[in-house]
Write a protein that binds this ligand. Structure first.
Ligand SMILES: Cc1cc2nc3c(=O)[nH]c(=O)nc-3n(C[C@H](O)[C@H](O)[C@H](O)COP(=O)(O)OP(=O)(O)OC[C@H]3O[C@@H](n4cnc5c(N)ncnc54)[C@H](O)[C@@H]3O)c2cc1C
Length: 371
């Protein structure tokens, strides 16, 4: 065997061994990677992101820069056209920034267009509309709107979900018996089309396009702004927990609560087994009864689904949650996925989380990390 061949065989073997070892560590000691790397990095990322958003909103500089940013998207699309449309286009957003489990391998071969539009543009309290760019996240939106006494009628629970991802992807998990799906609270969209033009659409303006946008996965154009309905917000959510002992009882209770939309602004149910569950109904209120306030979002509080489970043994109850704590109640534990993904290590995760003194703790970006 020639020397060159031998050398490349050895280096290939070494690479395979390294990959195997790396794989083993990541699979069996994932918590080490998550606790010592992913969580601290996620925390720094969140702090930077929220500070940036706060400064930009308070300086009111986003609306001035929006047109420039849209022009940059148009420039990239025109470049793609001039270069002969060799491959389809996609957003350049890397997989680790999204909530999805998917690894976007197609991004390596497609023409990547940077759509880095991540600011709240303006709030029109007369028209009851907030205009946002597509990368505005749910956490960012509540952090901006709640102090001003406003909120959006449907607030998907995970902080990192973005307006663009919810509209263009499958933002259908958080829905409302009162308002419908996330797209039903969107009043208008602004897009850059494949010919490089900018178009705005609403129920009155280009209605065909308007109704085709939700779930279109960017096939109709790049989303650059969305107008979303806003409603007045209160400080707390009065939340009632009612345990149920069969699937039939759960369905009946859920149906009954959903029909009473005057009284119940929020309806949610969690089943812990086929015959054990808790149905929750909530309403925004301006004050809380003494001794019944539960800031569930604080770092030392149990994960929300664990807290709900406790009512199976203690029975019916009512408490008051601060509005943002309620909205983001599933963020820290990603519903129950953190426990499922990390098993016993989730307790290690919890322990390490205690060392951070933030009110809200970040969940590891790319928690969906897999090899
Ligand atoms: C663990 C997990 C929990 C979830 N929880 C909830 C939940 O509580 N409530 C809920 O409603 N949904 C939930 N979902 C579903 C989620 O809303 C969708 O997967 C959504 O598409 C994720 O969006 P994203 O912000 O991560 O953006 P991305 O994954 O980046 O976007 C999704 C798709 O939208 C398109 N897109 C995004 N931005 C643009 C743009 N500017 N222009 C053109 N196209 C664009 C792209 O095609 C992209 O593939 C959850 C999903 C997961 C994986």
């Amino acid at each position: 065997m020639a020397k060159e061949e031998k050398r490349s065989l050895i280096s290939e073997n070494l690479r395979d061994k390294f990959n195997e070892g790396f794989e083993y560590v990541l699979i069996h000691y994932r918590w080490v990677f998550v606790c010592f790397f992913l969580l601290p990095v996620s925390l720094i990322y969140d702090i930077y992101f929220y500070l940036r958003s706060w400064v930009i909103f308070n300086l009111n500089s986003a609306p001035k820069h929006h047109d420039k940013k849209v022009k940059d998207v148009q420039r990239q699309v025109r470049k793609w056209k001039e270069e002969g449309r060799k491959t389809p286009m996609c957003t350049a957003r890397p997989g680790w920034q999204t909530v999805s489990f998917r690894k976007g391998k197609y991004k390596k071969t497609m023409f990547n267009v940077k759509v880095n539009l991540m600011d709240v543009l303006d709030i029109d309290v007369e028209k009851k509309i907030v205009r946002v760019e597509p990368l505005v996240s749910m956490g960012q939106l509540t952090a901006t709107l709640d102090p001003l006494g406003w909120t959006i009628p449907i607030l998907p629970e995970l902080d990192d979900l973005t307006v663009g991802g919810l509209v263009m992807g499958t933002g259908i998990e958080s829905s409302s018996h009162k308002y419908g799906l996330f797209q039903h609270i969107c009043e208008a969209y602004e897009l850059v089309l494949a010919d490089g033009s900018v178009v705005k659409c609403s129920k009155e303006d280009n209605p065909d396009l308007f109704y085709s946008i939700p779930w279109s996965y960017g096939t109709l154009g790049f989303l650059t702004a969305v107008e979303i309905k806003i409603i007045p917000a209160a400080r707390f959510v009065k939340l009632n927990y009612e345990p149920v002992r069969s699937l039939e009882e759960a369905v009946k209770a859920f149906e009954k609560c959903s029909m009473n939309s005057e009284e119940n602004e929020f309806v949610e149910g969690i089943m812990f087994s086929l015959n054990k569950g808790v149905i929750m109904t909530g309403k925004m209120v301006h004050s809380a009864e003494p001794g019944k306030l539960n800031p569930i979002g604080k770092w030392y509080k149990p994960w929300f689904f664990k807290h709900v489970e406790s009512f199976l043994s203690t029975g019916k109850a009512t408490e008051y949650l601060p509005l943002r704590d309620y909205y983001h109640r599933h963020t820290r534990s990603i519903f129950w996925e953190l426990q499922v993904s990390y098993g016993v290590y989730s307790y290690a995760l919890l322990f390490f989380k205690l060392s951070f003194s933030m009110h809200y703790l970040p969940f590891p970006k790319d928690f969906s990390f897999s090899i």
